[in-house]
Design a protein around this ligand. Structure first.
Ligand code: ZN
Length: 313
């Protein structure tokens, strides 16, 4: 009874002082509306606000480095709970983060039957010099195998991708983005998605739209093909390129995908690492998108994991 009374008092206070419960945000001028552009002043939103306020404080305090950009999103409402990202609405290259959507676009045109492929490493255009060997879609997502996705996108055009991008709220690819660029890869087989992955040929997507697309992905988890992609993301967090995510978490596991893209910071580094995490894996309620300056995606995964651990229930 005492707990019930306490809860009633808290709810009462929230109703009396809704303004004081807004999440702290580091980006000035960001509106308080959700990612769908609608106002979220519902009772649900007030409920998440207490969580948002404390998580924002924790993340800004424990991860103060300017090298770390992040967006933390409440999956049910789409609300941005905490953020540090200059202009998340401006499209940038995010490398392999786009692969799950590329895979689904391919699936639509191929009855969701995905080929098996042998990755031979550098000679077939993979980032891993000695290759990944036999890959199916799920393991290719888990290992972010470039060779597999070169094969998948060999005949894919930007025009084919455009309606699919619209469905997930991604910026449409330009017509120069046909082929491997649709999987976040450079057209040069030898080197990507590293330093010489020129942004001139990269498919540019706004970080906010990328986060929204992953939210849409989990919301369409029962659609054809999505299970294979999500299995790949679970495997990635467990033992793939995002293995440092599950390693960092104490009580739970997650779904994750990594990416590496050319650095866009003034202090130039060879590349920036990205990781998106949906958490917890069984029924994700929060989404964290992280960019870390000057490291590959696999290291950004470690930071993302530690950030989630700091707010893990
Ligand atoms: Zn490979």
């Amino acid at each position: 009874m005492r707990i019930l009374a306490l809860l009633l008092v808290i709810v009462g206070l929230c109703l009396l002082f809704p303004g004081s419960q807004r999440a702290q945000r580091s980006t000035p001028g960001r509106s308080d509306s959700g990612m769908d552009g609608r106002s979220n002043l519902s009772s649900d939103s007030r409920g998440t606000s207490l969580f948002a306020q404390s998580t924002a404080q924790t993340l800004h305090r424990d991860f103060p480095s300017d090298d770390i950009s992040f967006l933390l999103i409440d999956i049910p409402s789409g609300e941005v709970l905490a953020s540090r990202w200059d202009h998340p609405e401006i499209p940038i290259a995010m490398g392999s983060l786009v692969k799950p959507f590329t895979a689904l676009a391919y699936g639509e045109g191929h009855d969701f039957r995905y080929p098996v492929h042998i990755c031979r490493g550098a000679s077939t255009g993979c980032w891993r010099p000695r290759g990944h060997g036999k890959m199916d879609l799920t393991s290719a997502i888990a290992q972010s195998c470039n060779s597999y996705f070169r094969m998948l996108t060999a005949q894919m055009t930007a025009a084919e991708m455009t309606p699919f991008a619209a469905r997930f709220g991604l910026q449409p690819p330009s017509k120069e983005n046909s082929g491997p660029a649709l999987a976040g890869l450079s057209n040069h087989v030898a080197a990507d998605p590293g330093p010489d992955h020129g942004s001139d040929t990269a498919w540019l997507i706004a970080p906010l739209n990328m986060a929204r697309a992953y939210r849409e992905l989990i919301r369409s988890r029962y659609d054809r093909g999505v299970r294979l992609v999500l299995d790949g993301m679970a495997q990635s967090a467990r033992q793939g390129t995002a293995a440092d995510v599950d390693r960092a978490l104490l009580n739970s596991v997650a779904l994750a995908k990594t990416g590496t893209a050319p650095c866009i910071h003034a202090r130039h580094a060879p590349g920036d690492g990205f990781t998106v995490v949906l958490f917890p894996a069984g029924h994700p309620t929060v989404l964290l998108l992280v960019r870390v300056h000057g490291v590959p995606g696999s290291q950004a995964a470690g930071i993302a994991g530690r950030m989630l651990r700091s707010i893990e229930p």
